[in-house]
Structure formats: structure tokens, C-alpha cells
Design a protein around this ligand. Structure first.
Ligand code: PA5
Length: 419
């Protein structure tokens, strides 16, 4: 379903990929590797049922669901919702991913007197930004619903530990668990992502089935054809390019609604690979917009960049064509009758060719259509490619020790006891 056209010649070391796949599968943080399969086993089906019934409850009693979380606890579901723009009676809002007063005021104004619920998502249960946001919205829930406030709170957190877990148990919130063996940025296909997605009207089983198919394609390739698999090729290419000092990767899309998908991708790769003073810096652009801002740098600037274009072959069934006008003084007669999509795909081809001529290794990842199945497959594709290329470069894809530094400083400045 996902095709990969590499930006340069590559030679996949099949034996090494096999070895790394086994390491990832058996890693204490590798639970996401088999997750699409475990979600179709009895325990997974029961979990999906609880998620769907909580989602139905929220849709029936809330005009808004405020999803509180940061990093891996919010980017994945936001990426899918923005990409698919599903329909639902409940609108999803996001909080806990910043500390901006203006932004909170805007959220409070948006909700106004409407009914709302909160899904607070934090694996550790101790992250400051979501914890503060939760306080803000809990106060609003308590003043609106009094003793019934807890019925509007859904907590997704660690199975056994953390302040949020303890509070959720004590207050009787509806609880969902982030499995111990799955870290934040690999958690979109757990309750972390699935509850908000189900509320937003996304077909969560479709998403999981896409991830399942992608995982199956890796298993099928394992015996003799792993070197042909797009995931192994993409991971190998990234590691090879880094070795040659190409240390910035730009993920480019031609669809603005994929902007949050690129945000999710940046977090996945940035937190997984950027450590021990190593790693590829993940950046993103949305074309054609950014051809008129970063395009100049990409075409002519330093040659430490490689580019990965995420191409959606048929982005929509809708068609908009350039209209015919009687007095065409704008010089666009040659475009009359052509669809916007044709223009966009032509811009993609032209950009890929120009950047290649400019000396950038440009790869293209092609997905035929954008729907739950293909997005689920893409999520799994990038998760596994990320873990593999981090390991090929010799770093642990599953920790994020660098994130602690700003937290320690902030706690010290804010006077947190013990800091
Ligand atoms: O990928 C990660 O592990 C991080 O981005 C976390 O998701 C993020 O820091 C939020 O952590 P938590 O869910 O513990 O609040």
C-alpha cells in the first residue's frame, strides 16, 4: 500500500535488519510492534469496546472534548483528526501542550456555557503542562457540574503509578491505560489516541487494520525479501545519509491538512534519535506555501539536507477546476479546465525534479488515498522506520533523557520542593 522511491542508491543489510527487528520486538518498550495484532485478540477487543462506549457517552453529553496532553500524549490523535477531518457531534479541543494565557482564554471562550468533558492523557501523570491544564479545566467542570464533575473526566495514564493514576482511582474517573511497554510517541494506537479519535468520529478499527496490514507486510517480508521492504529501505537510507553528514531531513507534504502529521513525525523522530550529540534533525514543510519561504534555501542553501516527500496520489474525490472566463487578462487561459489537484501534483513533480537538480537526495513515499487504513499503515511505517534507523545509528529509540533538562530548571525556578 505504501510505496517508497529512495532518493539515492541503497543496499539494505538484511541480516542486520532482521537482528534489529528482533531487538525491537523484544525490547521492554517495544509493545507497539505487535500492538495492531494484540488489539484483535480478546483483551484488545474488550479495550476497544470500552473505548467506543466511553466515546458514545461523551458524544451524547458533551459538545466539546478537551484533550489534555503534550508530546506523544496528543500529537498522534491530533495528526489523524486534522488529516481526516471526520464528522462528529463533539468537537475536539487541545490543552496541556503549552502554557499560553491567550490560548487558554481562547479555549475557555470557545467552550462558554456548553457541555464538555475532559480526557487527561499523561503516561507519567506528572508532566507539568497537562497537570496545570487539568487543574484549570477541573475547576471549570466542578463549578459547572458540582458533584457530577468526575463523570466528565476520562483519564488515560499509567496502569499503576503516578499522581494522575492515584487521583483517577480515588475520584472514580473513567480510566484507560497506557501500556508499560509503550512510550508516549509510539502510543497513538493505544487508548491515548483511540479514545479522542473515536469521539471525533474516526473509524478506529480501520486505523488499526491499516497498521496490522503494514506490520503483516514486514512479517511476510522477513524470510527472504526484507531488503525490498520500504520500511527497511527508508531506515537504511536515513542511516547512510547521516553517515555522510546529511543531518537534516525535511518531510514535505503538498496538503495543508497533513501539517499535524508532520508535527507527529517530527516528535517521533526527534525524540527517538536526537541524543548523545547525534541524530538527524527532523523538519517539515508544507508546499506549495513553503516553496515561497524555505524553497530558496532548499534549492540553493547548504547541502546537508535530504528531503522526503509524502505524496497522496488521490487526495480527494472532489474536483475543483480552473474556470473559463470570457476576458482572461490574467494569462491563465492555458490552465482553463485543469483541476487544482492536477496543478498540485504537477507542482510536486516539478519540485522533486528541481530539488534533485539542486543536489538534494529526494525520496518519495506514496500513499494512494488518505483514509483510516492508509493512515494506520503510515503510522506503523514511520514508527518502525524510526526505531530501525535510530538503532542503525546506534541510539536507543525509546528514551528521551534530554527532555528532563528544561524540566529541572523550570522546577528549580518555580520553587518545586526538592529542586
Ligand atoms: O514521547 C514521549 O515519551 C514524550 O513526548 C511524552 O509523550 C510527553 O513528554 C508527555 O509525557 P506524559 O504522557 O508522561 O505526560
Amino acid at each position: 500500500m505504501i510505496a517508497f522511491q529512495p532518493g539515492r542508491d541503497i543496499k539494505v543489510d538484511s541480516a542486520r535488519i532482521h537482528q534489529l527487528l528482533s531487538e525491537i520486538k523484544s525490547d521492554t518498550m517495544g509493545g507497539w510492534y505487535d500492538l495492531p495484532a494484540t488489539m484483535s485478540e480478546p483483551q484488545g477487543i474488550a479495550e476497544l469496546d470500552s473505548i467506543k462506549s466511553a466515546a458514545a457517552q461523551i458524544q451524547s453529553d458533551s459538545e466539546f472534548l478537551v484533550c489534555i496532553g503534550i508530546g506523544g500524549s496528543y500529537l498522534g490523535h491530533r495528526a489523524v483528526i486534522e488529516a481526516l477531518q471526520p464528522l462528529s457531534s463533539t468537537r475536539i479541543l487541545y490543552a496541556g501542550n503549552h502554557l499560553s494565557t491567550r490560548e487558554y482564554q481562547r479555549l475557555f471562550d470557545t467552550i462558554g456555557d456548553a457541555d464538555f468533558s475532559v480526557n487527561v492523557i499523561s503516561k507519567s501523570g506528572t508532566t507539568t503542562e497537562p497537570a496545570v491544564a487539568f487543574r484549570l479545566f477541573k475547576e471549570k467542570l466542578q463549578s459547572k457540574y458540582g458533584d457530577a464533575a468526575a463523570k466528565h473526566i476520562y483519564a488515560t495514564t499509567d496502569a499503576e503509578r503516578g499522581a494522575l493514576h492515584d487521583e483517577a482511582v480515588a475520584e472514580g474517573y473513567t480510566r484507560f491505560v497506557v501500556p508499560d511497554n509503550i512510550g508516549g510517541r509510539y502510543s497513538v494506537l493505544t487508548a491515548v489516541g483511540l479514545l479522542p479519535l473515536a469521539v471525533a468520529g474516526v473509524d478506529i478499527e480501520g486505523l488499526l487494520s491499516g497498521a496490522f496490514a503494514e506490520r503483516q507486510s514486514v512479517l511476510d517480508a522477513r524470510s527472504d525479501a526484507i531488503d525490498k521492504h520500504p520500511i527497511a529501505q527508508y531506515a537504511t537510507m536515513r542511516a547512510d545519509l547521516l553517515h555522510e553528514d546529511y543531518d537534516v531531513e525535511i518531510l514535505a507534504t503538498f496538503e495543508p491538512y497533513l501539517q499535524y502529521f508532520t508535527e507527529w513525525w517530527k516528535q517521533l523522530f526527534g525524540e527517538s534519535e536526537g541524543k548523545a550529540k547525534q541524530g538527524i534533525f527532523p523538519a517539515s514543510v508544507t508546499y506549495t506555501t513553503d516553496l515561497h519561504s524555505l524553497g530558496q534555501y532548499l534549492q540553493d542553501g547548504r547541502r546537508n539536507i535530504f528531503e522526503t516527500v509524502l505524496k497522496i496520489e488521490h487526495p480527494t474525490a472532489d474536483e475543483i477546476s480552473v474556470p473559463k472566463l470570457s476576458a482572461g487578462l490574467d494569462g491563465l487561459a492555458y490552465l482553463e479546465g485543469k483541476t487544482l489537484d492536477y496543478l498540485n501534483q504537477t507542482a510536486l513533480e516539478a519540485t522533486v525534479a528541481a530539488h534533485r537538480e539542486g543536489g538534494i537526495p529526494v525520496s518519495v513515499i506514496t500513499v494512494p488515498r488518505l483514509h483510516e487504513r492508509s493512515l494506520g499503515a503510515l503510522i506503523y511505517f514511520f514508527e518502525l522506520a524510526c526505531a530501525l534507523s535510530a538503532k542503525l545509528s546506534g541510539v536507543n529509540p525509546f528514551d528521551q533523557p534530554g527532555v528532563e533538562a528544561y524540566k529541572r530548571n523550570m522546577f528549580h525556578l518555580l520553587g518545586k520542593p526538592g529542586f
